[in-house]
Design a protein around this ligand. Structure first.
Ligand SMILES: Nc1ncnc2c1ncn2[C@@H]1O[C@H](COP(=O)(O)OP(=O)(O)O)[C@@H](O)[C@H]1O
Ligand SMILES: [Mg+2]
Length: 287
């Protein structure tokens, strides 16, 4: 059996931004293992983005507040590391890639981050060609950002982050500006990065169905607390997510409804294709 390695741990952690009178994150205990692909969900304002900021160190290094307990990333407390040091361990992809791409060409953009951490020229060239290949954006190398589509921009943003060779990638609603097809392509790219390179991924995403076949863990937050945390399939099947303001995908809602109506299914089907196969099988049985 594979041995699992801890990569992120929150221990009795609470945080409130300075000025806010109640804690935004309350008594968080969370363990994430290397290679996990975590889907983080919860109603707007519950603290998802704040939790991510605690992993990449923006909290406490850029945002002031009351910081209690501990957040450990790759064996060391986040509060003892600078944001720059953390940037080589934790890559952060924003909702809007415009916030992340700012140079005159894709190549310059990727190289900028690498020069910033003081790598030598050969290492920079190696990483640049690796990342252009890995993300299939070699043809975009000399393009200025304004000539890129939204999907391409999001890929370039990831390229810049991956070139730093982080162990962890965190994404805050990365598909919200993408059309459905581009969003799907983007998610399969994440799946590949997770499988191929063992990259630990934590993604905040409202469209749960996009990630049901990709993520292995699901963390549900409500009002600053973690209310569910476990194997994605288990959380989706057994927990009442609606109660916490989280919409389950229609295919799951339909199965919940049918079960309540007395239909019995041997398994829970996370995607439409599998579920319709089961329905077809049942219909053939009736004939
Ligand atoms: N920089 C900030 N200063 C003060 N309060 C903030 C700041 N950022 C977020 N908050 C508050 O923290 C709470 C959680 O916000 P956030 O983490 O952005 O939630 P989510 O990402 O789940 O929508 C909200 O009540 C929000 O108003
Ligand atoms: Mg947010």
């Amino acid at each position: 059996m594979e041995t699992l390695t801890e990569i992120i741990r929150f221990i009795n952690f609470s945080f409130s931004y300075s000025g806010s009178n109640s804690p935004i994150l309350k008594n968080i205990n969370l363990l994430i293992e290397e290679g996990d692909f975590v889907l983080l969900v919860g109603p707007s304002g519950c603290g998802k983005s704040t939790l991510l900021r605690c992993i990449n160190g923006l909290i406490p290094h850029l945002y002031n507040g009351v910081y209690e307990g501990e957040v450990i990333v790759d064996g060391e407390p986040v509060k003892n590391k600078s944001v720059n040091e953390l940037a080589t361990k934790v890559g952060f992809v924003f909702q809007n890639p415009e916030n992340q791409i700012f140079m005159f060409s894709v190549e310059k953009d990727i190289v900028f981050g690498l020069e910033n951490i003081g790598l030598d020229k050969t290492e920079i060239d190696d990483r640049l060609s690796w990342v252009l290949r890995a993300l299939d954006i070699e043809h975009l190398r000399y393009k200025p950002p304004y000539e890129l589509s939204d999907g391409q921009k999001q890929r370039v943003a990831i390229a810049g982050v991956l070139a730093m060779k982080p162990k962890i990638l965190i994404l805050d609603e990365p598909t919200s500006l993408l059309d459905p097809r581009t969003a799907l392509e983007f998610i399969s790219l994440l799946k590949e990065l997770n499988r191929k390179f063992g990259l630990t991924i934590i993604a905040v995403e409202h469209r749960i169905d996009l990630l049901t076949n990709v993520a292995n863990r699901m963390v549900v937050m409500d009002k600053g607390e973690i209310v569910f945390n476990g194997c994605l399939k288990d959380v989706i099947e057994n927990k009442n997510l609606n109660l916490h303001g989280v919409n389950v995908p229609p295919v799951i809602a339909l199965q919940n409804y049918l079960r309540n109506e007395g239909f019995i299914f041997d398994a829970f089907y996370l995607n439409v294709k599998e579920f319709s196969k089961e329905i077809k099988r049942r219909l053939l049985e009736i004939d």
